[in-house]
Ligand binder design. Sequence first.
Ligand code: G1P
Length: 289
Amino acid sequence: MKVRTAVIPAAGLGTRFLPVTKSIPKEMLPIVDRPTVELNIEECVKAGIKRVVIVNGRNKPSIENHFDHNVELEAALTAKGKSEELEKLRWLTEDVEIVSVRQKRPLGLGHAVACAAPVAAGEPVAVLLGDDLVCSESPAIGDMMEHFETSGRGCIGVVRIDKKDSSKYGMVAPKELAPDGPWQVSSLVEKPAPQDAPSDLAIIGRYVLPAEIWPLLAELTPGVGGELQLTDALDVLARSRGLDAVEMVGERLDAGDVAGFILANVRYALLRPELKSRLVPALRKLIDG
Ligand code: G1P
């Protein structure tokens, strides 16, 4: 079955980025000159997804506005013949349908994804967490969709981490200890202490899930931190229908805290030749003093 819909949870308060997130949603903070959520949605569009459900909180109309026409701006750019700038905006309104749903209470990631059920229940779904950016030639979620569409099995994106950091991630117990994936998932545990981590394979924010996930999300009970955890629903899925873990091929950037966000900005800026030529000498000078 084809994956047509992606879900992007975006209802968090962004407290790590206060004060800027008092008035600007975290998802709208720029990586160079594009909001992070635009990078996530571009990844979806490149993978052939046509509909993205944004699970919004209060005060986040700017995400929806970004994917809607700005008539005055477009008229002004047209009048000035600024076709390059218009082209940068075109796909935002033409290539993807954005559906906004509300997560009315912050009950956890599993609950956030479940809020998309009125739009997507009954069909397979891709889930992208905005803090995780994957810098790669082909869209990371697209490779996972291919895996799902050929094998019929849901899959989660994983990276190898130092086990001392396991309490920041959902951790995978693979069925077999093969050095390279994809691995069949035996079970999953959310944010275990290092001594309890079943492997060094950590879930990053990319998931392609079969339609069977929806009832499992609806039945979630509070897990780690008292929250309804997506990882817990995936654990049930792994033990019943089966689930695979796929190692991410691209470079994964964690833009979820201030230092990671700044590094992601530097990384994406260095990919642009016109910026790289100015930035490299300036950064060297800054660092070397
Ligand atoms: C969430 C998931 C966790 C996953 C992580 C990846 O945690 O619950 O399983 O490893 O994203 O970024 P969060 O970072 O939202 O606490």
